[in-house]
Design a protein around this ligand. Structure first.
Ligand code: ADP
Ligand code: MG
Length: 754
């Protein structure tokens, strides 16, 4: 469809200035881009309100009446023009803070107008600031109906707050152009998000509506279908042409709903098709190392070294992974398991399987201290077994580093543990068979792909039999304690198979969570004193947010002083991100060794650190943390057999939303439930990683927090396509592959790996 590719500049009503704005503010450069710029909400303009029925709290109202008189008030910046507007049931004030001259010239008293705007109360009177005004059609009566529905949909453009309304103070109402404007009073009208800069140039929602109306005048012929007919039929989807027309100018609420479903489905379908196509290509391109043996190391460990019995969940996930690793395909698996569910042990046992099959394993941790802790844990687990575990981080330098690098190449090191330093090019393995990525939910597809290259080098015999076509990438296991709601996981980690540890080792007492106002310090101190006196340790965590860093640091310092004063008989440590890694490690180590009793810190302790003797987690300024983060922090305690406590400290005055979030934490210790609730309360936009994942195209209309059902259907549909037509031979699917490749081209993240 060539019209869709046309430069937006040539659309009626655009021109060079506006086209520059559209491009810079919204990324719209073609007619097709405008077509895909969907309204963020709709206003029902089929109803005319009686002035006597409206109040200052209604969202939008449409009135029909006449201007009785104009009046000017104030001077300079306070200047405003008021039109007293009546429909025989009452009077409201229409107010303009700008453009008075234009208004008085354009609109006459005692002529019938349709007025549309957001009512508010101003010194006891109802007013509509900068309303839209149109001539009332012939014979229009001041008919009054009472309810007005809004079909609202939050903004999906992160640059534009969803609260922005089409009527902003200071915006000039454009001259109405009856011919090109859609007849506003006839039904659901689109509202488009526009930036402040656009509004200042008169390119507000109403102006955008005129542009989309002009666009549809161009698009006389039906637009080509973007999904094969067998899919639209199977999932009862509205045709594409109907959907885009109805998404801008709904013919009825039902048509709007169906249009939304169709377009959401399509969007999610292509994201899923992208992911699944990628998975299939990966399978076709790479064979997997076959770990058929369950050998000596695994068995010896299992029978003689395991200090406790595995939980059923641990057994199950190990089996799932073993099945992958002997299948002849490369394993790409996500292991989800709440904090303390015993993922490290699983990583070790799976690594032993790699070793039993003549390969090395590599475990990556997000921080140096975690890497160190892993090395210690693994060595302790392994005892006298002939397995060499070494640490490689940025601080391992000089001779030691050289030694480790060369022992890796010869294969003398069996398990390498490190930070992302291990994926540097200088690090080469003898035969890398498994990579475990621990607690790195930002480790996206592109980075994972880098690891496979390691596998290629890992054969260690570049000139030998192994040709590039049967490159053997290592198996990949991504572990996370961050419970990722299903809809997000299907997008962020949609290329991974998922295993879940849904069971904690026996004997753990659920952590007791308490909400406490910061004015009740003495109660918090009481709990601390009690626990400290029986030999336990305490964490106190302060939020640290970039924008408020200075104040946060002050809070932390002050907290440290206060605690030191209040608990003179105990040693207090302090850790924050401003410290050098080595200093941080020393402090953490002191706490782990029980040399300090109370640790005051920022969120640097969030991930993975294991101090089973710590039984109290106090979180200051709870209101500033996300739920998932709170859950992670809480997971630092409750690691031993004793009762542990988490105290969420907040100020007294809390928003409704914050109160709800804190209540969720008090009520639930289930990470998945918390993550689902968090997603609902915050929306997926806030969740980090969506961008980095490199998998999702920008979602314009679908919402991962709300459209789970549609996502499931889309995933099923995409899976069917890949399963039934892996080689892309079915001509009915041509439209899909063409469109997918087009989408990939415009997606930068994707480009990095394909
Ligand atoms: P996470 O999943 O958060 O990484 P860890 O691997 O650190 O959890 O395990 C938490 C604690 O539970 C460790 O001290 C570990 O030794 C212990 N653990 C792991 N598996 C079991 C088990 N099956 N039975 C008892 N304790 C276990
Ligand atoms: Mg862990």
């Amino acid at each position: 469809m060539t019209i869709l590719k046309q430069d937006i500049k040539y659309l009626q009503g655009v021109g060079p200035n506006r086209s520059a704005l559209l491009a810079s503010e919204l990324g719209i450069t073609t007619v097709g881009d405008l077509l895909a710029y969907y309204p963020y909400k709709y206003v029902d303009r089929s109803r005319i309100y009686k002035i006597s029925d409206i109040d200052g709290n209604m969202p939008y109202v449409q009135l029909c009446g006449q201007i009785l008189s104009f009046e000017s008030f104030g001077e300079g910046r306070n200047k405003r023009l008021v039109a007293h507007f009546s429909d025989n049931t009452g009077v409201v004030d229409l107010v303009w803070f700008q453009g008075a001259k234009y208004i008085t010239k354009t609109y006459d008293c005692h002529k019938p107008y349709i007025v549309f705007g957001k009512p508010s109360m101003f010194s006891g009177k109802i007013q509509l600031a900068h309303p839209e005004i149109e001539n009332a059609p012939e014979g229009m009566r001041y008919e009054a109906r009472t309810t007005g529905d809004l079909f609202e949909q939050p903004s999906t453009n992160p640059n534009i707050p969803s609260t922005s309304t089409p009527l902003q103070q200071g915006q000039a109402t454009l001259p109405s152009d009856e011919q090109s404007a859609p007849s506003a009073y006839k039904g659901l009208c689109p509202s488009y998000n526009t930036s402040e800069k656009m509004k200042r140039s008169g390119l507000n929602s109403a102006a955008m509506a005129k542009l989309t109306a002009n666009m549809f005048k161009l698009l006389k012929n039906p637009l080509d279908e973007t999904l094969p007919a067998y899919i639209t039929a199977k999932y009862c989807l509205m045709p594409y042409d109907d959907a885009v027309r109805n998404i801008h100018y709904p013919s009825s609420p039902e048509a709007l709903r169906r249009a939304q479903v169709r377009l959401k489905f399509e969007e999610l379908f292509y994201v899923q098709l992208n992911i699944l196509r990628y998975v299939k290509d990966r399978q076709l391109r790479y064979k997997g190392l076959v770990f058929s043996k369950v050998g000596n190391l695994f068995n010896t460990f299992f029978h003689n070294h395991l200090p406790f019995t595995l939980t059923n969940a641990q057994k199950r996930v190990i089996k799932e992974m073993h099945a992958d690793m002997k299948s002849g395909r490369q394993m790409n698996r996500l292991l989800q398991g709440d904090v303390g569910s015993g993922k490290t042990l699983v990583a070790l046992m799976v690594s032993l399987l790699a070793l039993d099959n003549g390969c090395q394993a590599c475990i990556m941790a997000p921080t140096e201290i975690l890497a160190e802790q892993h090395v210690e844990t693994l060595r302790a687990f392994l005892g006298d077994m002939p397995v060499r575990v070494e640490l490689l981080t940025g601080t391992v330098k000089g001779k030691r580093r050289t030694q480790i690098l060369s022992d890796l190449i010869t294969g003398d090191i069996h398990i390498l543990v490190g930070t992302h330093a291990v994926i540097e090019e200088s690090v080469q393995f003898h035969r890398l068979g498994l990579v475990v990525i621990d607690e790195q939910h930002r480790f996206g597809v592109a980075q994972r792909a880098k690891l496979w290259m390691k596998g290629a080098q890992a054969d260690g015999m570049p000139s030998s039999a192994s040709s590039t076509s049967d490159t053997m990438p290592p198996h990949v296991l991504v572990m996370t304690a961050t419970p990722i709601p299903r809809t997000l996981a299907m997008t962020l980690y949609g290329d991974l198979d998922v295993s879940v540890i849904d069971e904690l080792p026996p004997g753990r007492k659920p952590i007791r969570t308490i909400h406490q106002f910061d004015s009740h310090r003495s109660r918090i101190y009481e709990l601390m004193r009690r626990e400290l006196s029986i030999g336990r340790q305490v964490y106190i965590v302060y939020p640290l947010i970039k924008e408020t860093e200075k104040m946060d640091m002050k809070d932390l310092e002050q907290g440290f002083e206060e605690i030191s004063k209040a608990f003179p008989m105990y040693k207090v440590g302090k850790v924050h991100g401003k410290m050098k890694p080595a200093e941080k490690d020393v402090e953490m180590q002191r706490f782990a060794n029980h040399e300090t009793h109370i640790l005051v810190s920022t969120t640097v302790i969030e991930v993975g650190v294991n101090v089973p003797n710590a039984s109290v987690m106090i979180i200051e300024n709870t209101e500033r943390f996300g739920l998932s983060q709170l859950h992670q922090l809480r997971g630092r305690v409750g690691r031993g057999a004793d009762q542990s406590y988490c105290v969420l400290v907040s100020k007294v005055q809390l928003s409704e939303n914050t109160r709800k979030r804190i209540q969720i934490m008090v009520d639930s210790t289930d990470g998945f439930e918390i993550a689902e609730q968090d997603l609902k309360l915050r929306g997926p936009g806030d969740l980090e990683g969506t961008q980095q994942s490199g998998m999702a195209f920008d979602l314009k209309i679908a919402n991962l927090a709300r459209d789970g059902q549609i996502l499931n259907l889309a995933r099923t549909a995409a899976q069917e396509v890949i399963d039934n037509d892996p080689e892309e031979r079915n001509s009915q699917n041509n439209v899909l592959w063409t469109r997918l490749r087009e989408l990939r081209k415009t997606n930068i993240n994707w480009g990095a790996i394909s």
